[in-house]
Design a binder for this molecule. Structure first.
Ligand code: GLV
Ligand code: GLV
Length: 331
């Protein structure tokens, strides 16, 4: 009997080929519509492996339904959509897609920073709307990026790749992280700061921290009030790291100068959300790792992880290391 794999989104057949030789594979039939809760639960019941999206909530209920579930491969580096400690308890391996998306996500983060600072989106819309009547000295004048201070909150792999890009713009680099990263300090000339110090000194505050109980609403009213009035806030991590109401008030009250957001507390964000009405907000639909090349690599990595676990081997990018210790003891 072949193992059964359920994929919660329609993916190209080519990208999932490694799975189809080993397992019976079923996909949710739509590319642009997330799987319904009912289908997710009924498929989980039969599945040996789930291949999931960051928009799927993989909680206790899903894992309890999955009586023969051995592995969940999430098409993302983040895994805040999954109850990892419960998975570990249940003996389910959780895999993510780090590394392959690092440079792609750093590129988008920097593009968002540049777009927000130099008002690229506003300016492009202005031209297409036929509003360009004359050249004028301060027409759509923004803020410089080069030689300014960037403060990176979350100096993991993506944070370091953003810092590397910042060196090309001759920026002064500050960072805050749970633990100091001496390699980043040495290689990139980054300076470790407390969170408060970083907020006070940075021209660009860039959020790249995972969403955890410790980072939920890390960027609250107090945080925005500590930033420079000229500061630009960039979030390419997770929406819930920010109190969006506090961010909106900070933008409206001139406590900060602008925001570039790739992620939101609720995705998709409602088109009537007050943040979307602000000219100094650049909003993107969670496309940090969205290059064709990288998305294919992420899919391939998910497949390899699933194949490994189904064959009784260790997956390449395991989130819950305890799963491996537990499994090794059994083997
Ligand atoms: C995207 O947000 C990811 O976590 O990969
Ligand atoms: C701008 O185009 C300039 O020539 O300064």
């Amino acid at each position: 009997n072949k193992p059964y794999v359920f994929i919660t989104r329609k993916l190209p057949d080519e990208a999932i080929k490694p799975l189809t030789t080993l397992a019976e594979v079923k996909m949710w039939p739509y590319e642009d519509v997330p799987v319904t809760r009912e289908v997710l639960l009924s498929e989980a019941k039969k599945a040996d492996a789930l291949f999931t999206m960051l928009s799927d909530r993989i909680d206790r209920e899903v894992m309890e339904a999955g009586e023969s579930l051995k592995v969940i491969a999430n098409l993302a580096v983040g895994f805040d959509n999954i109850d990892v400690s419960f998975a570990t308890e249940r003996g389910i391996a959780i895999c993510n897609t780090p590394d392959v998306l690092t440079d792609t996500t750093a590129d988008l983060t920097f593009a968002l920073l540049l777009a927000t600072a130099r008002r690229v989106v506003e300016a492009a819309e202005f031209v297409k709307a036929g509003e360009w009547k004359s050249w004028s000295p301060f027409l759509l004048a923004g803020h410089d990026v080069h030689h300014k201070t960037i403060g990176i909150v979350g100096m993991g792999k993506i944070g370091q790749a953003v810092a590397k890009r910042a060196t090309g713009f001759e920026m002064n680099i500050l960072y805050h992280n749970r633990s100091r990263n001496e390699e980043a300090e040495r290689k990139l000339g980054a300076t470790y700061c407390t969170f408060a110090e970083l907020l006070e000194k940075s021209d660009f505050v860039v959020c790249l921290t995972p969403l955890t109980n410790e980072t939920r609403w890390l960027f609250n009213r107090e945080a925005f009030q500590m930033m420079k009035r000229s500061a630009i806030f960039i979030n390419a991590a997770r929406g819930a790291v920010v109190d969006e109401e506090a961010l909106y008030d900070a933008l409206i009250n001139g406590e900060i100068a602008g925001a570039g957001l790739d992620v939101f507390e609720k995705e998709p964000i409602d088109r009537n959300h007050p943040l979307l009405a602000l000219n100094n907000v650049v909003a993107l639909p969670h496309i940090g790792s969205a290059s064709v090349e990288t998305r294919v690599k992420m899919m391939e990595l998910c497949c390899r992880n699933i194949v490994a676990v189904l064959k009784g081997e260790a997956p390449e990018t395991l989130v819950n290391q305890q799963w491996l210790e537990k499994t090794r003891r059994v083997l």
